[in-house]
Design a binder for this molecule. Structure first.
Ligand code: SAH
Ligand code: DHB
Ligand code: MG
Length: 224
């Protein structure tokens, strides 16, 4: 008899177990989730425990300047920005104006309008405008996965030695190694993995995750 395979439901229940113990009640993030749902945004934010992971990484890096690609309703942006020192800033890029408007409201309600700037437009158009605001010491990439390799190249360009780059959704339920999956998002993640092979400026790893978001993962890199 072999043990039954762990199920997505057990992954989610295990997330809830740790959420209940490790995370305090968070009225700010609860309000963000409620506003996002009311506005009809897709529930594709990072999970509560992942948001804490990002905030801890911001603290460990002692980041002062954060760049995020892919805002949605601002759940991850608010989580990371709250881990910044008082003079820290976060710039987040969002394609869809209506989505950005929800995020801007959520950021205001969180009292973070001074610290977070939302730039509306396709990231490939707004990234070149950010050279004047670089370097960023923490970069979170969480937009259209098909551009993950290009976004990571931009991240390196806008970073400095020691900057941390984290890319979300690089596993996508195992799509990354599934020969039948050749959608543009999977192709983008494979291009990222291939680009990281012997990359001259990046030391990288991949962290697979299970939990309320199913089976997925982050690529994490540090700029040499
Ligand atoms: N980081 C968010 C979730 C982001 S979901 C959180 O955890 O709270 C991905 C977001 O990327 C969506 O809001 C989508 O509109 C945006 N997006 C998709 N393509 C984009 C592009 N080309 N440029 C900028 N944003 C994009
Ligand atoms: C999708 C996007 C995300 O950023 C995510 O975390 C999960 C899913 C998506 O586009 O389906
Ligand atoms: Mg994501």
């Amino acid at each position: 008899m072999t043990a039954p395979a762990p199920s997505p439901q057990q992954w989610a229940e295990t997330d809830h177990y740790f959420e209940a113990r490790l995370l305090a009640d968070d009225p700010v993030l609860a309000a963000v989730m409620a506003a996002n749902q009311a506005a009809g945004l897709q529930a594709i934010d990072v999970s509560p425990l992942q948001a804490r992971f990002l905030a801890l990484m911001v603290q460990i890096r002692a980041a002062r300047r954060i760049l995020e690609i892919g805002t949605l309703g601002g759940y991850s942006a608010i989580s990371m920005a709250r881990a910044l020192p008082d003079d820290g800033v976060l710039v987040t890029l969002e394609l869809d104006p209506a989505t950005a408007a929800v995020a801007i409201d959520n950021i205001a309600a969180a009292g973070l309008s001074e610290r977070i700037t939302v730039r509306v437009g396709a990231a490939l158009d707004t990234l070149p405008e950010l050279e004047a605001e670089a370097p960023f010491d923490f970069i979170f990439i969480d937009a259209d996965k098909r551009n993950n390799a290009v976004y990571t190249q931009w991240a390196v360009k806008l970073a400095r030695p020691g900057s941390v780059i984290i890319v979300d959704n690089v596993v996508r339920g195992g799509a990354i190694i599934d020969p039948d999956k050749c959608d543009p998002h999977t192709a983008g993640n494979r291009a990222l993995a291939d680009m990281l092979h012997n990359h001259p400026q990046l030391d990288a790893t991949a962290l697979q995750t299970v939990g309320v978001k199913g089976w997925d993962g982050f690529v994490m890199a540090v700029v040499r």
